[in-house]
Design a protein around this ligand. Structure first.
Ligand code: AMP
Length: 283
């Protein structure tokens, strides 16, 4: 496995792979890798012949009061995990390599980027769409794998790739969880052992919501109310608990046939998100 730090080097490596007839896959990450990230790398391995993992804590997707400075990092460990997961290359550029002085272009996705995390983290998806567009322009991948854990991000990236004609297949991968249900996240490193029960209220609320829908509940408000109540009761400060259309992310009148329940909440100072697609029982 080779590590690249410059745009020129990784672009050349990707071109060489493509010229050799290989399908190129990319897995963008912010590092501090866990099993969720590694599952994406293994999926990319199945879908492509040459896989590059990008490790870059993208400053433009963090708000001024967010955790950019203290975001966890451990590049040597990430490199070892990528090698074990079968990556061919890691692209780990410095900030100035992707945002050199004078750069002034950004990518803005429309309505999909407005609700949920878009509303709570102004500019977040502009930063995400911009950095992912840059990575796609550099690597020119055939396939890119993203986690469903960041459900809205996956929809935003899909839209962006389609609208800007990147010709890349954006593939989603189901959320990888700990045995107790907690969605794996680099930010779980912030949680003290005592915070874990609070953190677990997100996945538990999603499971309860699913059971309620299975019993015939068809009102989004009832589902949202249940989720809010469970999070609040556990001591989590709710950022949002919303039922949305699974593709457009618009509000819906009914659960039937399918919705996404998206949750975000603060466990102490740590903001966690989770989601689940809920399918109404057959009529
Ligand atoms: P991040 O490093 O948090 O920016 O995440 C990089 C990629 O890994 C994104 O596509 C995330 O959706 C994905 N990811 C993060 N956590 C998980 C998880 N628990 N299961 C599956 N994918 C994940």
């Amino acid at each position: 496995m080779v590590t690249y730090e410059t745009v020129a080097e990784v672009r050349e490596a990707s071109r060489l792979a493509r010229r050799a007839g290989k399908r190129v896959g990319v897995v963008p990450t912010m590092g501090f890798l866990h099993e969720g990230h590694l599952a994406l790398v293994r999926r990319a391995r199945e879908l492509a012949d040459w896989v590059v993992v990008t490790v870059f804590i993208n400053p433009t997707q963090f708000g001024p009061t967010e955790d950019l400075a203290r975001y966890p990092r451990d590049l040597p460990r990430d490199l070892e995990l990528c090698r074990e997961a079968g990556a061919d290359a890691v692209f780990a550029p410095g900030v100035e390599e992707l945002y050199p002085p004078g750069c002034q272009t950004a990518v803005e996705v429309g309505a999909l980027a407005e609700p949920l995390c878009g509303a709570r983290r102004p500019g977040h998806f502009r930063g995400v769409a911009t950095v992912v567009a840059k990575l796609f322009a550099i690597v020119e991948p055939d396939v890119a794998v993203f986690g469903e854990k960041d459900y809205q991000q996956l929809q935003v990236v899909r839209r962006m790739a389609e609208d800007l004609c990147f010709g890349v297949a954006v593939v989603g991968y189901p959320t990888v969880r700990d045995a107790d249900g907690l969605a794996l996240s680099s930010r779980n490193a912030y949680l003290a052992p005592a915070d874990r029960d609070q953190a677990l209220s997100l996945s538990r609320a999603l499971a309860e919501a699913e059971a309620l829908v299975a019993r015939g509940e068809d009102r989004p408000g009832a589902i949202e109310g249940l989720a809010r109540e469970r999070l609040t009761r556990a001591g989590v400060r709710v950022d949002y608990a919303e039922v949305r259309h699974p593709e457009t992310l618009e509000r819906v009148e009914r659960i039937r046939p399918r919705v996404v329940l998206a949750l975000a909440g603060f466990v102490g100072a740590t903001r966690l998100i989770d989601n689940r697609v809920l399918t109404a029982p057959a009529a």
